[in-house]
Design a protein around this ligand. Sequence first.
Ligand code: C5P
Length: 228
Amino acid sequence: MVSIVPVIAIDGPSGAGKGTVSQLVASRLGWHLLDSGALYRLVVQAAKNHAIALDNIEALETLAAHLDVQFNVVDECTPVQVLLEGEDVTTTIRSEETGNEASRIAAQPGVRAALLERQRAFRAPPGLVADGRDMGTVVFPDAAVKIFLTASAGERARRRYKQLKEKCPNVIFSDLLDEIAERDKRDTERSVAPLRPAGDAVTIDTTELSVEQVVQEVMSVCNQRLGG
Ligand code: C5P
């Protein structure tokens, strides 16, 4: 009998806490982690490194298919280190600008197709926690557990503001709120792999919850569905 490596798909809009929660869940289970958003951000970064315009879709598809990337896990509280062509871009790719550009190129079907098998290749024993927008709907439709994490746009902007304020004191809350609304709209309205919960996903609204409470809820859904 073929044994299928289990996947926990964690999808949702920007700022819902997917990254932090996925990393903690993966670490507690001792499973692999896929940060699929980082791949879209890395296509943008690679395009910048090679002076390729973001409207040159054919070149972006080629870049996406040949990304030279390495993810190094340090511990559950430290952001996963990301190397692009050997260069540490962990912090660079997290900017708002790169996030917005990633959302634009992610609407291109050819770019998504070029990243599909690369994402599926992260599925390895004992299991994978996959964080993104279309993990449960497109990339791993057979995931054993599908979670859709959400939070009000105001709360997501507040979390982002708190994160950014230390590094950039000039950050403006209303700008962040507008950017989040714009990114949500683009991600939910695109024709290919739009952001939406899978039919069999469990939705968790994190607006009023702490990170630990969300992790506990996710773990409890996992225990029910994986029979742990
Ligand atoms: O999650 P993160 O903010 O890093 O993702 C950046 C952008 O990449 C998102 O706004 C979204 O447009 C795109 N993305 C996607 N599908 C995924 C992950 C991210 O379209 N699975």
